[in-house]
Design a protein around this ligand. Structure first.
Ligand SMILES: C[S@@+](CC[C@H](N)C(=O)[O-])C[C@H]1O[C@@H](n2cnc3c(N)ncnc32)[C@H](O)[C@@H]1O
Length: 212
């Protein structure tokens, strides 16, 4: 049996976190993440559906998988206002309720920090992507700077408790490569709020494809 995901506190505060980060630049990150995406898309851990309004018209369908019931309800509402057809489904990344070879693109945004079994989730993405399909990712990650990394390590536990299981110190680009993907494009940056860094500032946006 796949474990349920329930984070009532996080589900209550996350819409406010999104509104705050969007006011400081994350909308541009989401647009960058989804630029040029087309065809049938699976979005994993879609949360409130904050990405939905940024899907380009070349997208024929988004299947958005979200395990947390309160966030999923918000995603269902966002789906009704999306510019492309979006179907919201219950499910976990580690066991996607989806067919093999069904999707042109898989999208992870701010979710590989939280998923319990990252290699399992990436193996599932390989399974559901069509041959030659593409993985898009926008994630906060462990810093490449040792001093910053030390701060992230100190704050990791309280951050995880408040942040619905979010890990501050994952090297997600490496995990993607180790799961059998070739990273084709990656931009590393610090997402600063009012010019200041926070523990989740080190970020990556990029694309990868299953290594053949
Ligand atoms: C920080 S939120 C990001 C939500 C959304 N992707 C965004 O960009 O705003 C992390 C999301 O991962 C989801 N999540 C946690 N564990 C998961 C799992 N095992 N499989 C899929 N999603 C998961 C959470 O419910 C939550 O919606």
């Amino acid at each position: 049996m796949v474990k349920a995901v329930s984070h009532p506190f996080f589900a209550r505060i996350y819409p406010r976190i999104i509104a705050f980060t969007e006011a400081h630049g994350s909308i541009e990150h989401r647009q960058e993440l989804l630029a040029g995406v087309h065809g049938r898309v699976v979005e994993i851990g879609a949360g409130t559906g904050a990405n939905f309004r940024h899907y380009p018209p070349e997208v024929t369908q988004v299947v958005a998988v979200e395990p947390e019931p309160r966030l999923r309800a918000l995603a269902e509402k966002a789906a009704t206002e999306a510019p492309v057809p979006v179907e919201v489904a219950a499910g976990r990344a580690e066991k996607l309720p989806l067919e093999d070879d069904g999707f042109d693109v898989a999208v992870f945004s701010l979710v590989l920090c939280t998923i319990a079994d990252v290699p399992g989730a990436l193996a599932e993405v390989r399974r559901v992507l069509k041959p030659g399909g593409e993985l898009r990712f926008y994630e906060h990650v462990v810093s490449e700077r040792s001093g910053f990394r030390r701060v992230q390590k100190v704050l990791a536990l309280p951050w995880r408790l408040i942040g619905g299981g979010c890990h501050l110190t994952r090297d997600t680009a490496r995990a993607i490569q180790e799961a059998g993907f070739t990273v084709e494009d990656i931009r590393r940056f610090y997402f600063l709020i009012n010019g200041r860094a926070n523990p989740a500032s080190p970020s990556i946006i990029g694309t990868a494809r299953p290594t053949t």
